[in-house]
Design a binder for this molecule. Structure first.
Ligand code: RFL
Ligand code: PHB
Length: 393
């Protein structure tokens, strides 16, 4: 016999989307539970995104978790694009009036978990067989197992923040959801290493051997990525090969300045664009990677999870304060409007900077013409800058 509980909002997934939603709802006096399939250490150990838009930073401040972020985050006013063996700077701040902050997703997750624990809000880690029920009715339910025992939670709303491979999106009948997808024919191999960043800002590299990106986590920790064949495995990339290949893709001065060292993490990420529509089904609301995926080129994945949560937390807060449903009814269209613009930007940056052998020499010439145009047109740079720092909510 399953134990039964009641909560206002059941949140599935303790990634950035679920944790941030939980914190904003807690501040509005709304009672939540988070069910997470993995252990706390596993969630904290996943190395993923690193770049926060100003809107995401503002939202984390509103959630009361900005202290460490402001003390340790690195504020960037620009970025470099390297092509034809020459680095060109985009002055994001001069072009858009906004800045971005480097602060790892692992740290955002830790800050949100700490705040949730301090607030006494409940998270069940290692929740097995999570399933959602009756989302079309007034009393939806979530069932799960923990340590062999069955549990059922009755709630007003379910937030599906369970990432791309979660259960929430899949529990919606296929006839009620449209999925739009593009899978790219390559991946990124990423390395984390305790070596100083080669530059104080990010360097995005277009090279005939493939894309590269030099980013960082702190003044002493670098995060580096290389475009690689989709079928490659981490074992194909011993550290020495990784650093050699990165040097080959950088301009000579940057390659000479690059300090290499042992990797402390190495993983391969496939590149995908994906959007599910709509993102609301009765009393089930999807947010973050559960609803959409972007290739990491524009650094939008984590930031889109934050903007979804901005709309969803506002809608739930308004509903509990006034009983109205207008904001909840508007959630799907509002979130998706911003999502599609970030999808477009991530797709555009991916196409501009990666090697697409199937597009041949003509495709490369078009990329180089577009890059040349970008650095000869302030209008084109403004377009890049305003999308990169994040479109308004
Ligand atoms: P998350 O972070 O995937 O969190 C979802 C959580 O749900 C849990 N879960 C379940 N819990 C209960 N029951 C189930 N059945 C469940 N199924 C799943 C999962 O364990 C997890 O804890 O989604 P969220 O919160 O929407 O946050 C989105 C961001 O994490 C994501 O957009 C970015 O990390 C994407 N991303 C990157 N974005 C960038 O902007 N820059 C990057 O460099 C970057 N690198 C990456 C990435 C995503 C990666 N993934 C998904 C494999 C690198 C990787 C490897
Ligand atoms: C990162 O710091 O991991 C990062 C930054 C910018 C991107 C992708 C990843 O576009």
């Amino acid at each position: 016999m399953a134990t039964k509980n009641r909560v206002q909002v059941a949140i599935i997934g303790s990634g950035p989307a679920g944790l941030l939603l939980g914190q904003l709802l807690h501040l509005a006096g709304i009672d939540t539970i988070i069910l997470e399939r993995r252990s706390k250490d596993y969630v904290l150990g996943r190395v993923r995104a690193g770049l926060l838009e100003q809107g995401t930073v503002d939202l984390l401040d509103r959630a009361g978790v900005g202290k460490r972020l402001h003390a340790q985050g690195l504020v960037h006013e620009g970025l470099d694009v390297c092509f034809g063996g020459v680095r060109h700077r985009v002055d994001l701040h001069a072009l858009s009036g906004r800045k971005v902050t480097i602060y790892g997703q692992t740290e955002v997750t830790r800050d949100l978990m700490d705040a949730r624990e301090a607030a006494g809000a409940k998270t069940v880690y290692e929740a097995e067989d999570v399933s959602v029920h009756d989302v079309g009715g007034a009393r939806p339910k979530v069932r799960y197992r923990k340590d062999g025992a069955g549990h059922e939670i009755e709630c007003d709303f379910i937030a599906g923040c369970d990432g791309f491979h979660g259960v929430c999106r899949g529990s919606v009948p296929a006839s009620s959801i449209a999925c739009y997808e593009r899978v790219y024919p390559f991946g990124w191999i990423g390395v984390l290493s305790d070596t100083p960043p080669v530059s104080h800002e990010l360097i995005y590299v277009h090279h005939e051997r493939g894309f590269a990106l030099c980013t960082m986590r702190s003044h002493t920790r670098s995060r580096l990525y290389l475009q690689c064949p989709i079928e490659d495995e981490v074992e194909d990339w011993p550290d020495e090969r990784f650093w050699d290949e990165l040097r080959r893709r950088l301009d000579p001065a940057t390659a000479a300045a690059l300090v290499s060292g042992p990797s402390i993490e190495k993983s391969i990420t496939p590149l995908r664009s994906f959007v599910a529509e709509p993102v609301r089904f009765g009393r089930l609301f999807l947010a973050g990677d559960a609803a959409h995926i972007v290739p990491p080129t524009g650094a939008k994945g984590l930031n889109l999870a934050a903007s979804d949560v901005h709309y969803l937390s506002g809608a739930l807060t308004e509903h509990y304060a006034s009983g109205k449903t207008a904001e909840l009814d508007a959630y799907s269209a509002r979130a998706l409007q911003r999502v599609w613009k970030a999808e477009r930007f991530s797709w555009w940056m991916t196409h501009l900077l990666h090697r697409f052998p199937e597009n041949g020499a003509f495709g490369t010439k078009i990329q180089l013409a577009e890059l040349d145009y970008l650095f000869s047109s302030r209008a084109a740079q403004i377009s890049l800058a305003e999308n990169y720092v994040g479109l308004p909510y």
